[in-house]
Structure formats: C-alpha cells, structure tokens
Design a protein around this ligand. Structure first.
Ligand code: ADP
Length: 161
C-alpha cells in the first residue's frame, strides 16, 4: 500500500493545491494532506481552521485525509508510515528550494522519496500569498479559491464585497 503525504502551509488552500490533491489521490492508495504548523511564518488562518477548510474541500475524495504536524516532516512520515512526499512545482523559481528540501529529506530518511507533480497550466501563477494580497485590497479572488474560502478570507481582512 502506497501512502503519500502532501505537506504545506495551505494558508489558504487554493485551486492549485486542490488540483494537486486530486491528481495525487488518483496515483496513491492513501493521501494525507498535512498542514505544517510553522512557527516562523505568521498565518492568516490557524492550523485548525486550515485543516477544517481542507477537510471540507476534500470531503468527496475517499482516500484523502487531513491532518497537521509540528516538527520535522521526515519524522512525521516515519510516524505515519508514509513513504512518499508530494510537492507541487509551478515554475523554475520553486525548483531550487524544492530540490534542496527533497535532497535533505532523502538524507534524513532514506525510505522516503519526494515526488513532484507539475502544476496544471491554468494554476501556474497561483499562490496562497497572492490570494491573501489580492483579498486584502478587496480584489476578486473567485478564480483562485472556492467561494466559501473566499468569504472566509474577506471576512478575515474585514473586506465587504
Ligand atoms: P509551503 O509553505 O510548504 O510552500 P504552500 O501551501 O505554499 O506550502 O504549498 C504547498 C505545496 O503546494 C508546495 O509544493 C507548492 O509548490 C505547491 N503549490 C502551491 N501552489 C500551487 C499551485 N498553484 N499549483 C501547484 N502546486 C502548488
């Protein structure tokens, strides 16, 4: 049984992430989307809120579960018996950081491999930080995230649309 973890900040989850989740769920028996509790970055949504949002958008995909983790990703993979880490690659700018992280994780845990899925063209430009920035100025984020997430993001910024 191949079990994969898709880790990230997902602050908030976007259509780009959702596309990767669906495609990874087709490839692996079990996929856990895991929200990193990052102590360095300040986030718009709490870890619990992000987990609940992702649970809602993945509720119809039976082999996807949602969790959070705190600490080293490779330890989390070992604890949950996951042998694959999924990451999305949007552009060459993602590559250097992702390569370094994948190689580091391979050194820390030889049984765990990182597999990259290239983003679908229509989402190549999309990032959670763009969503936050556009929303904070009252811009339209309806092409970036599902409607209930857009409402939550606007509410967080006190934007009335
Ligand atoms: P992190 O802070 O760990 O980079 P993100 O939530 O920003 O977390 O991203 C999680 C993963 O999803 C990363 O591998 C990232 O490259 C990928 N990703 C982000 N946006 C997109 C997108 N629009 N299309 C495909 N993959 C994406």
């Amino acid at each position: 049984m191949e079990s994969a973890i898709y880790p990230g900040s997902f602050d908030p989850v976007t259509y780009g992430h959702i596309d990767i989740i669906k495609r990874a769920a087709d490839i692996f028996d079990r996929l856990t989307v895991s929200v990193l509790n990052n102590r360095v970055k300040t986030s718009l949504f709490s870890v619990e809120e992000r987990v609940n949002i992702i649970k809602e958008v993945t509720k119809d995909i039976p082999n996807v579960s949602v969790a959070s983790y705190d600490g080293l990703l490779i330890d989390y993979c070992k604890q949950t018996n996951a042998n694959v880490i999924i990451r999305g690659l949007r552009a060459i700018t993602d590559f250097e950081y992702e390569l370094q992280m994948a190689q580091t994780n391979r050194k820390l845990g030889e049984d765990v491999d990182t597999i990259f899925l290239t983003t679908s063209l229509e989402y190549a430009y999309l990032s959670s930080s763009t969503v936050r920035e556009v929303a904070s100025f009252g811009g339209d984020i309806s092409k970036f995230v599902p409607p209930f997430i857009a409402d939550m993001v606007y509410e967080r910024y006190g934007v009335v649309r």
